[in-house]
Design a protein around this ligand. Sequence first.
Ligand SMILES: [Zn+2]
Length: 456
Amino acid sequence: MSERSRTSSPGVFDFFERRWEEDILPTLARYIEIPAKSPAFDPEWAAHGHIDRAVALIEDWSRRRPIEGLTVETVRLPGRTPLILLEVPGTSAETVLLYGHCDKQPEMVGWSDGLGPWIPVRRGERLYGRGGQDDGYAVFCALTAIEAVQQSGAPHARCVVLIEACEESGSRDLPAYMEALAARLDEPDLVICLDSGCGNYDQLWGTTSLRGIVNGVLTVEVLSEGVHSGASGMVPSSFRIARQLLSRIEDERTGAIVKDFQVVMPPARREEARAVVATLGAEFGRFPVMPGMRLAKEDPVELMLAGTWEPALSVLGADGIPAVVDAGNVIRPKTSLKLSLRIPPTLDAVEATRRLGRSSRRARPTARALPSRPRRPRPAGTRRPPSPGSSPRCTPPPSATSASRRCSGAPAARSRSWPCSARAFPARSSSSPAPAARGATRTGPTSSCICRWPSG
Ligand SMILES: [Zn+2]
């Protein structure tokens, strides 16, 4: 806490310092010891019980708060992670919703000597360990703030503190709870999300806008099984097709994302970015880049806006591609890429998913590097064949009619299919050239494209 902050309201800060030192930090240390990994990193979370232990710890601490009117409840919907709901009646008609989460990121690597994910270690003013910052502090901060307001005698709105246990898995349980608890949550007049970053520890930071995210897995299948690499050149490369599809969204030369995902940024945000960069000085933009590597932007303000307002595509994982040492001499039957598309603030994720479908159907110039097919006159009244650049296509099921062809891969339960222009897939006639001779982009029976793109 900075000296300037400390001296502006000594009574409140003394209260906070004492409460954190004597009560919260010891509890937070016990919370760090619990490996309450999010369900995405611990699918057996229910059997392991770590999330339940974290919830019990928070619930127990919350019940002991001397906050007038505080009610503490853990809500459990069948098959979902629990949710802690804390309510404090207000002196006005407004409702403030304070949000946090108690599930954690996995262990990861790179801990310094003496530190570890489940070992709370205090060094100076800092407490190390997994989950203390993201996002264990949230409930302690929220209730202590409410307690401080009550102690000061100031009026306050009705406060609802909501702590979920699935945030690091994409908050997949949260919508069900929001629906189930809609009447109790009401329409909040203000939502405070205690789960963002700060530039330094010298002043209070607020995040005014965050990019959204659309995650998905792109799978390209070209063979039913691997074949010897001597078939290269005859069998299309699943990775090349995946790369081509990505180019419909991202310019591989610059990293720029197609304009479908760009928004107009309010001018005030640029001024805010300037102020943040000026405040942080040399601290901003420090990344462990390799010698000779430059960041995406030279200007620090543009760099900040690139990380906060510009869309970006990341490949977070790959499957179907073995490790270099195990690669063998085989044409891989499929390539799967875990993709993460950051979308700018103000662009709704559902809308972004819709635009993703549109972009993925639209050929980009890079995709037209493929040899073009000689044009043949089209008989009157027939449909236009797909352009060479609008590939690849999905293989329609053999029984599909031309009006109902879809991706051969059924979308996962909570996923939307990423449309692959399969509806425009032309019926293959016996006079069509063999698929391998025409390239992967006009697939035959051994080549298909399964594209899944979840809605959240
Ligand atoms: Zn978080």
